[in-house]
Design a protein around this ligand. Structure first.
Ligand code: R5P
Length: 296
């Protein structure tokens, strides 16, 4: 890829590998900056590259958003101060999408608050499979140029190469959108279950009807794996319904606390994720998904 002198990409800490791949795909210079913490935990930011008149791409995945947000904000503001032309936030994982309505009196719709604040300091945003449920498009909450890309092609390719006789299982109604897409692309049958969430770590999943697929390998597909309780309950429900242990695939591997080992202990044969968040389970590289939008 020919290098574009006007495009400069800054990977935030932890995004270096994904950022290097994305920069190579679009022929961007990798920007140099210092980001560190003072002993009192305030953030320090210093831009070392010449950014004047350039378009900047900031690669920053937003798991643990409270920790990652302020350095991101400071980098963007400092880039502006240094004369950058415009800023695109390339966020492989976009946080705060699930609080998309008031569930209990007194709550705030934090997905909208987060959208407002991000939209106030970058010019555009691109992200992979954001959790769009009650908000039907990212544009409803991000008032800037926005672009959503999907990991379905990459996931279905992985399934075709690695799983013999798969049946795709979605744990809840919300997963239906990408489960159907993945299944069609992988030429596999699919089923979508019903989930009731009673708390962060308490979910109930309906019994799967897989009588015609008892010799298939179930492949659970969901966008986010956080506490993994959605996947764990689904794995438990599959016991007895199918002969083979399930493969679990997530787009965004958050894996809060011991979620990863708990899912393995529950009986997942293999856990595979996209590299939207760095994790030991990353086996599906989606870094080329940003290329088309960033090249525009
Ligand atoms: C919500 O409906 C999402 O699609 C996921 O199913 C959910 O975020 C998974 O969360 P957890 O791993 O905590 O059950």
């Amino acid at each position: 890829m020919k290098s574009s002198k006007k495009l400069i990409l800054f990977p935030m800490p932890g995004n270096e590998i994904f950022g290097a791949k994305a920069a190579m795909n679009i022929g961007a210079e990798i920007g140099k900056c210092e980001i560190s913490r003072f002993p009192d935990e305030e953030s320090y930011v210093r831009i070392l590259s010449d950014v004047k008149g350039k378009s900047a791409v900031i690669v920053c995945t937003l798991h643990k958003p409270n920790e990652h947000f302020l350095p991101l904000y400071f980098v963007c503001k400092t880039l502006r101060q240094n004369g950058v032309k415009d800023i695109c936030l390339a966020a492989p994982y976009l946080a705060y999408m699930r609080q998309d309505r008031i569930f209990r009196p007194g709550e705030g719709v934090t997905s909208e608050f987060f959208g407002e604040i991000i939209s106030s300091f970058v010019d555009s945003i691109i992200t992979i499979d954001p959790h769009l449920h009650r908000h039907k498009s990212l544009g409803e909450i991000y008032g800037i140029t926005n672009f959503v890309v999907h990991a379905a092609d990459h996931i279905s390719e992985w399934i075709k190469k690695n799983v013999r006789n798969p049946v795709i299982v979605g744990p809840d109604e919300e997963s239906g959108q990408w489960v159907k897409d993945v299944a069609v692309k992988a030429n596999a049958p699919f089923t979508v279950l019903e989930k009731t969430r009673e708390g962060s770590r308490s979910v109930k999943v309906s019994v799967p009807h897989l009588d015609n697929y008892s010799d298939h390998t179930p492949v659970l597909v969901d966008d986010i794996i956080s506490t993994a309780h959605t996947m764990i309950e689904t794995v438990k429900r599959l016991k007895g319904a199918v002969m083979n242990s399930p493969v679990c695939i997530g787009v965004h591997p958050i894996f809060a606390e011991n979620a990863y080992s708990e899912l393995l202990d529950a009986g997942a044969k293999r856990i595979v994720t996209c590299n939207t968040i760095p994790h030991i389970s990353n086996d599906i590289d989606v870094s080329n998904l940003f290329t088309e939008f960033l090249m525009r």
